[in-house]
Design a protein around this ligand. Structure first.
Ligand code: SAH
Length: 408
């Protein structure tokens, strides 16, 4: 079914510039009550000219996700294959860098609205954020099988579309869409290092692929350094620091499962290093509490990594999130040795890069320390961003000192 829409002039202008979403409240006139997920929605201008075509989803606040601007065309296996091929070309250099785990499709930003596809060597993980993909999944999987050298594809459903998808189709969270059953953890390489990932139970699609470039930056900086990896998850930054020949790593995370996988990742790469030895230690528990305890013990580190979960997913959480980033930076700065490096990252969509950096600077000042900014980072090339709302990741590298001048 085709559903026609009109939207305000302001939104039209935004869409013309590439904005890919129409929320339910932005549709002019009567919102169509009928229509199934995946029906095609067409937006016309006020002069009745074709503007864009997209996926309609009556179960989502984002009622329409745009697939194609300007010219109407057939949405079929060929269409998906062309776009997949384009996305793969963009990422083709990664294989030569010893990386077999990366994001293949970053949703709207790669022309696949409401869909993320991550590759972990032989296994693809398809994560859906809208039920609109249901009628197209068979076509999409055909395109996938012919373009991506994987032997298996696992389906993950985001919390907000899982109920709808499981109601209207036989697709299920965690289903193997094709390929052999999963009997053990999936292994992949990132910059020549080895990682295990739990694609069924892990966060996101199992691994924070988005931090690859930051991990790689830490690697050469870590030589002979003591490293504190706060919110360490499955040990990504730790493995890189050890590969860079750091002196020691201390991880803090509240998830026993993440810490266990981190130990597995340690032994995959450095079988001679045993957890609990000086080189590699873990604290299981709340990071804020653990940071206070380390401070009480007068501990300090050459490199402190702060890569917490998103504190602000919704707008109303923003103020609290900023206060938390500030508090965290304060604790991190107190534990950073003079001349040491503090790396702070945020993946909160509701917090802009500028706001985050300001919170970090305030935190360092509250700790009575000074900072010199050496770098700011954003999205890696396999996580492209084509519209403002898609931007979430920001990171900052700061040299901490007891005195001196702030520079940024
Ligand atoms: N830096 C990681 C990704 C961090 S994801 C990487 O490169 O892979 C966020 C992590 O924070 C998760 O592992 C989660 O278990 C942990 N976490 C969330 N809240 C926490 C808290 N209050 N204290 C400690 N860890 C927490």
């Amino acid at each position: 079914m085709m559903i026609k829409f009109q939207v305000s002039k302001t939104l039209q202008a935004k869409i013309q510039k590439g904005h890919p979403w129409v929320f339910d409240y932005q549709i002019l006139g009567q919102t169509p009550k009928e229509g199934n997920p995946g029906d095609l929605g067409i937006i016309y201008t006020s002069k009745n000219k074709f503007l864009a075509i997209g996926f309609y989803d009556p179960f989502s606040d984002i009622r329409l996700r745009i697939l194609q601007w300007g010219t109407p065309l057939n949405i079929d296996a060929r269409f998906f294959e062309d776009r997949l091929q384009k996305a793969l070309t963009l990422r083709s250099s990664l294989d030569n860098q010893g990386t077999s785990g990366y994001r293949v499709l970053n949703g709207e930003n790669d022309g696949f609205p409401g869909m993320v596809l991550d590759r972990y060597e032989d296994t693809a993980v398809l994560k859906l954020y809208t039920a609109a993909w249901v009628p197209y999944l068979a076509d999409f999987l055909d395109s996938l099988a012919s373009t991506l050298p994987v032997q298996r594809c696992v389906l993950r459903l985001s919390r907000n579309c899982r109920t709808a998808i499981e109601k209207i189709s036989s697709f299920r969270e965690g289903q193997i869409l094709f390929g052999p059953r999963l009997n053990s953890a999936v292994c992949f390489r990132e910059n020549g290092l080895f990682f295990e990932v739990d694609v069924l139970e892990g966060q996101k699609t199992g691994f924070f692929l988005d931090q690859r470039e930051n991990r790689q930056r830490i690697r050469p900086l870590a030589r002979d350094k003591s490293v504190l990896n706060v919110f360490s998850y499955t040990g990504g930054f730790s493995v890189y620091a050890l590969a860079g020949k750091c002196q020691s790593v201390l991880e803090i995370d509240s998830s026993p499962l993440a810490l266990k996988t981190s130990r597995d990742n340690l032994s995959l790469n450095f079988p001679a290093i045993k957890p609990g030895q000086n080189e590699f230690q873990q604290i299981e528990g709340d990071a804020f509490h653990a940071l206070r305890q380390l401070r009480d013990r007068k501990a300090s580190f050459d490199i402190v990594i702060l890569d917490p979960p998103a504190f602000a997913v919704k707008k109303k959480q923003k103020a609290k999130a900023l206060a938390t980033y500030q508090r965290l930076a304060e604790s991190g700065a107190k534990l950073t040795r003079p001349g040491g490096l503090l790396f702070a990252a945020s993946c909160s969509r509701q917090v802009s890069a500028e706001e985050f950096f300001r919170a970090v600077f305030s935190g360092i000042r509250s700790a009575g320390k000074y900072y010199k900014e050496t770098d700011k980072t954003g999205h890696a090339m396999d996580h492209p961003v084509t519209f403002k709302e898609a931007e979430y990741l920001k990171g900052i590298y700061l040299i901490i000192s007891e005195g001196g001048k702030e520079t940024h």
